[in-house]
Design a binder for this molecule. Structure first.
Ligand SMILES: C[S@@+](CC[C@H](N)C(=O)[O-])C[C@H]1O[C@@H](n2cnc3c(N)ncnc32)[C@H](O)[C@@H]1O
Length: 223
């Protein structure tokens, strides 16, 4: 497995107008890359922060079976309306993962909701309640210890995450901090740096966003 990859930032799937200012999807190319690398046709693929469904839609297109959770009702509805396996996307809370009785899955890919160290809105309620960075990090242990039970033995779990650099220059080492928490319950196999190819969007915030041109895919094993 390469430890640095370069991918074009592409979204072929057009979103309905309501989501235009709220598009935090990862690129379909990222999902395609890892599904080719780690899965086969018929495998069960899970994303517990399904967002606007990129993992699930690409998995379905590649003849894998998608499963997911999404907290936000509007997003969940959008996925449900557009996914063939409609019953496999749950409107729920990843913190209650084991309650949803998913089958044991072969592969996991997600990008969690992000938080900067001085923010005070809880990402795990879609920023609708108060919370601290410390509590947010603790929740990863709670969520990923449940995930461990849902994944087949020796399955691969990938979390896409970035550090966050504000215009003021302040950096939240989110990628390191999240990895450290998840490593308490899953075996950390190493990071893959994803260099995002320039999409000519002309942003001053980095090609990826959050002040960066790259993100990390943190690879864990259910050993
Ligand atoms: C960064 S987005 C994921 C984007 C996704 N990778 C895509 O390409 O569409 C994170 C998602 O997690 C959802 N979320 C936040 N808290 C959650 C929770 N407790 N349980 C499940 N989903 C949650 C948010 O509503 C958001 O849609």
């Amino acid at each position: 497995m390469k430890t640095v990859i370069s991918l074009p930032k592409i979204q072929k799937k057009k979103l309905p107008k309501g989501f235009e200012g709220d598009d935090n999807r990862f690129s379909e190319t990222l999902v395609e890359y890892f599904l080719k690398e780690y899965t086969e046709k018929g495998d069960l693929v899970l994303d517990i922060f399904a967002g606007l469904g990129t993992t699930l839609f690409v998995a379905e297109e590649m003849n894998r079976v998608p499963y997911g959770i999404e907290y936000d009702e509007t997003r969940w509805n959008y996925i449900r309306e557009n996914l063939k396996h409609k019953e496999n996307i749950i409107k729920g809370d990843a913190k209650k993962l084991v309650e949803y009785k998913f089958p044991k899955c072969d592969f996991f890919l997600t990008s969690p909701p992000y938080m900067s160290k001085n923010d005070n809105e809880n990402p795990f309620t879609s920023y609708t309640t108060k919370g601290s960075y410390e509590e947010y990090l603790k929740d990863y242990v709670h969520i990923f210890s449940q995930l461990k039970q849902l994944m087949k033995p020796n399955s691969v779990i990938i979390v896409e995450v970035a550090n966050l650099k504000k215009i003021s220059g302040e950096v939240t080492t989110l990628a390191w901090d999240v990895t450290k928490e998840i490593s308490k319950v899953l075996h950390f196999e190493g990071e893959i740096i994803v260099k995002w190819e320039d999409d000519n969007s002309g942003t001053s915030d980095g090609i990826y966003g959050y002040g960066y041109d790259h993100s990390y895919c943190m690879v864990f094993g259910n050993k």
